[in-house]
Design a protein around this ligand. Sequence first.
Ligand code: DCP
Ligand code: MG
Length: 442
Amino acid sequence: MFAAMSASVNDPSHGFCRDCLSPQHGGGMRCRACGSPRLIRHPELYALAIAHIDCDAFYAAVEKRDNPALKDRPVIVGGGKRGVVSTACYIARINGVRSAMPMFKALEACPGAVVIKPDMEKYVRVGREVRAMMQALTPLVEPLSIDEAFLDLSGTERLHGQPPALVLARFTRAVEKEIGITVSAGLSYCKFLAKIASDFRKPRGFSVIGQDEAVGFLAEQPVTMIWGVGKAFAATLEQDGIRMISQLQRMERGELMRRYGTMGDRLYRLSRGQDERRVEPDHDAKSVSAETTFDTDLATAADLVPILRALSEKVSARLKKAGIAGRTVVLKLKTHDFKIRTRNRQLGDPTRLADRIFQTGLQLLEKETDGTKYRLLGIGVSDLSAADRADPPDLIDVQSRKRALAEGAIDALRDKFGKKAVETGYTFGKGRNARPPEDADH
Ligand code: DCP
Ligand code: MG
């Protein structure tokens, strides 16, 4: 089934060594050239082009890279006031440590672990380096988070002189050598299965799911493996007696849609390995947003507004850089007990101005500052379009027109003298309580 496990597939034209990349003819468990056991063989190996790449134990891997004395020690990244695990290296995971676990529990499970406070700026920087290496392979890179992305490598064979599978294996080697962390890769014919594959044999995994095996493979998996089936929806399905994907494969589309609406259609298609979604590169992001998790929960407008302002400026800067604008402003809040609230407002015209994003976000935020304690605040815009029709001067009111003009002047100054040259009243000296905003393109 999976290439990494399928040393029994003896087609000489369909295998190579992941360490030295030499082709493997015939059977054998070890590479004929270098002796490595990390061989990959699969009947469809050279026909597949959709990849998903995810860094292994990302934050912890970066910390180990920067301090070789930690190499063989269990490492946990996390802590701070919130006291939860961000991630743990695979040595710590053997002892039961997991992301989002309270730190005291993690240390109970693994008392000898080295605990390191997260250094977000560093991880963002390394994540960007990995992404830049992906973008050197193909422009079709769709980032999903700081450490993972889809790549569409179809049509790149001529450019690279190699099929996608080899390009991918070469990439994983290059990341290890040049950046000093490891990644896992999944290769398939669609995003859904590429993502499942990359998760299959972490760390340093490389798994392949081909067309021919997709339905059979999915039949044996639980419904939770389907994109969009979270805990709540899985519980609904469970109540209806559906736990395995094989059960969905036996149901008609009409029946699934009657029961679960549009989600039913997704269940129908994904359970059969049908996923036509394209890999959408960065500039096709459906929204541009920025969010931040606080060190301690915040409830008052006095605390939240300056953060909203800083995030709005970040979103605006990214829109301006990309030459795009958004028509719907989206405010996101996560309550202290992890409930997510999103509030939208559609504008008359697309905007890319920090002030319009901020003012709209502020109106939305006012209704939510009801004493609830929040752990996260995010602001963004969706409904994206090219910037040429954004913020028409004659249509916005006089006040906001003034602010738009002022913003243009501020942008010009910042371009000339750097970002810190001009700070607005809202952000000046504020936001100490907030971590650096995390990128959140969707
Ligand atoms: N992260 C976090 N809190 C979580 C989950 C993740 O802060 N609850 C951060 C730390 C991770 C990074 O995001 O290093 C990437 O998340 P992944 O889910 O990809 O986890 P890892 O890369 O750490 O491990 P894996 O090897 O399972 O991908
Ligand atoms: Mg990861």
